[in-house]
Design a protein around this ligand. Sequence first.
Ligand code: KG4
Ligand code: ZN
Length: 343
Amino acid sequence: MEKNKDSIILGIESSCDDTSASVIKNGMLLSNVVANQSVHHQYGGVVPELASRAHQENIVPVIDVAIKNAKIELTELTAIAFTRGPGLLGSLLVGTSFAKSLSLSLDIPLIDVHHMKAHIHAHFIQENNIEKKAPEFPFMCLTVSGGHTQIVYVKSPLEMEVIGTTIDDAVGEAFDKAGKIIGLGYPAGPLIDHHAKKGDSTKYNFTYPKAGQLNYSFSGLKTQFLNFINKEKIHNANFIDEELNNICASYQSHLIKYLLKNFEKALALYPCKDLAIAGGVSANSELRLQLKKLGEKLNCNIHVPKMEFCTDNAAMIAMSGYFLEKEGLFTGLDATPSARIPM
Ligand code: KG4
Ligand code: ZN
């Protein structure tokens, strides 16, 4: 890209069950539109085939509104950034195919984006009239979503090292699956967060699974939770109804302590002045509170994304696109989506 030329990027996100489009000009947000898919609620989880069909229905209107809200013409775009993975293959295919055809018709470059790196790039989105201090490099980011749980050492916008990860389920799944066991809707993370605010987090105890130095394991916790609920229900059939807030508070507090226990260990090995969280679970109020306390204890600056940039959104994809465009890192029309892509 020519120096001094404006960068105007359209970001397209379709990795799971949110269809989103966003326009970012020189790192500044012009629009961000997200269409959620309510069709999955009745199934207690995302149904991949239904997700890709809903993306097909939503993608044209979502992009149309994003362009209109940004008050630009399609012809002003300098590049199109899309999520190539990780995610659900059928869902990724919709965004990838659309991005390719639009780049071909506008004759502008394509940029393929890694969804989990983009969650971290969400910290760099600038908005008009909102003062936002981006993290300083190197910083440590706890990236927590429905599909991933990672401790990432971020050396520069494009240099990231995963130093801890889950060996099985993601922490978002640990929230969602526990929620299903106690009859909460999907996604259960925000609902557990809501009930936990009214409960006693010290009432019930769980143990920490072992997964090695900085890694996590959540599948055992889900079983531990199921066994605990079944055992209590033998004595009291109304246990869930009567104890819902305390159950949520105790389980949530345990998950957050586990997350931050390894995060703190990582910081001892890789000291950083700036700490960040990213991904859907970073919307959790207890995680935000405990991170703030950790920042105070370690005398570090903390960075928490704005709510709309925690869960899946295309603004973070456009932001990744902005960093990649600066380095001339484009992709070709032969780009293929991938369900799994290493960082
Ligand atoms: O990043 P995201 O939107 O999608 C993926 O890339 O997976 O994350 C979705 C996950 C879900 O598991 C959802 O339950 C969780 O984020 N989540 C929360 C909260 N808000 C969303 N978990 C705990 N507390 C919340 N407030
Ligand atoms: Zn995500």
